[in-house]
Design a protein. Structure first.
Length: 335
């Protein structure tokens, strides 16, 4: 056998693409309130999979955002729901609106599998361990998203992407796996495909898409950051307790660490209003909210979610250009 014969067989058109109705195996992670119809539609329109994060959107608002997205693209897109909260009503809305793909996170997907399938959608579920992956596959989930500890935002496990992905691929058999965590460029896409994943799930890179609902100061911090600025912590727990996350270091996080990482009620500056959301809501220090466009105040003291791949991201661009850059770069690497 020659050295060339021993290379991993990597394709930029794995079976997952046919399953999801996409052209390239790239998925825009939900990235919370930074997602919007314009971002999801632009990603999907470029041949990848865009995602709307609708966990905290009222059901009527969910329907509106789904319709706005569909008005902008005829391509498939996904809706993401966090299972820390009951999501049955939102799944019903997705069914009525004909959403083809629903991804879930942070909880047991089992009670939702039938409801999602009855809504006419495929079920993607994010896990942080092999144990979770096996349980999700046994429950009937259609696609597993294996999230490594390098991921930005809320992080389910601590195992690295490089270690977790092949272990999950081996454990779940024929269920396709998408890799998440620390992937920010074409090299990362090819790397996780080489590990046996059929797709790459990117969040931090798409935070710098022109269409993302992200405050300018937050964008500037992302562009200036290096991988070591991304910290795994539980500091920003307001609104979602007991949910570790990865954010950029700021004065709020540093002060909390220097105080000994105290729990709620004892954190320095707790209760201070640091910013006002676009809808007028007061945002206190340690709240989980990220700085959206239109947020007013000291936004750099808020939760600035970012994965360890942030050091590979140096400029913003239209979402379609990001997809094209990832696709073309991967094709060059694959020869």
């Amino acid at each position: 056998m020659t050295e060339r014969d021993q290379r991993p067989r990597v394709s930029l058109s794995p079976p997952l693409c046919d399953l999801l109705g996409i052209d390239v195996p790239i998925v825009q992670a939900p990235v919370g309130s930074a997602t919007c119809p314009e971002l999801a539609a632009a990603v999907s329109g470029a041949g990848a999979l865009g995602t709307l994060a609708l966990t905290w959107t009222a059901p009527a608002g969910c329907a509106e955002k789904i319709r706005r997205t569909r008005a902008l693209t005829a391509r498939p897109f996904a809706v993401n729901l966090v299972l820390e909260w009951d999501q049955r009503e939102r799944i019903e809305v997705c069914g009525r609106e004909g959403v083809p793909l629903i991804s879930t996170f942070w909880g047991d997907p089992g009670p939702y599998v039938d409801a999602i399938h009855e809504a006419g959608a495929l079920h993607l579920h994010t896990v942080g361990s092999v144990v979770e992956a096996v349980a999700a596959a046994a429950a009937g989930v259609d696609v597993i998203v294996a999230q490594g500890g390098e991921a930005g935002g809320h992080v389910r496990g601590t195992t690295s992407t490089f270690t977790l992905v092949p272990a999950v691929v081996d454990a779940v058999g024929r269920v396709p796996v998408i890799a998440a965590g620390g992937i920010a460029d074409a090299r990362g896409v090819v790397a996780v495909l080489s590990l046996g994943a059929q797709g790459a799930w990117l969040g931090t890179r798409f935070l710098l898409a022109d269409e993302a609902n992200v405050h300018a100061a937050y964008r500037a911090r992302l562009i200036a950051a290096v991988g070591g600025d991304s910290v795994y912590t539980e500091a920003f727990s307001g609104g979602w307790p007991d949910a570790p996350h990865r954010v950029l270091r700021n004065a709020t996080l540093t002060a909390w660490e220097e105080a000994g990482r105290p729990g709620p009620g004892q954190r320095p500056g707790e209760g201070d209003v640091v910013a006002t959301a676009p809808n007028g809501a007061a945002l206190e220090r340690y709240h989980m909210a990220m700085p959206q466009a239109g947020t007013d105040g000291d936004v750099e003291e808020m939760a600035l979610y970012a994965g360890q791949g942030v050091g590979l991201v140096r400029a913003g661009a239209p979402a379609a250009d990001i997809v094209g850059e990832l696709r073309d770069g991967a094709l060059r690497l694959l020869g």
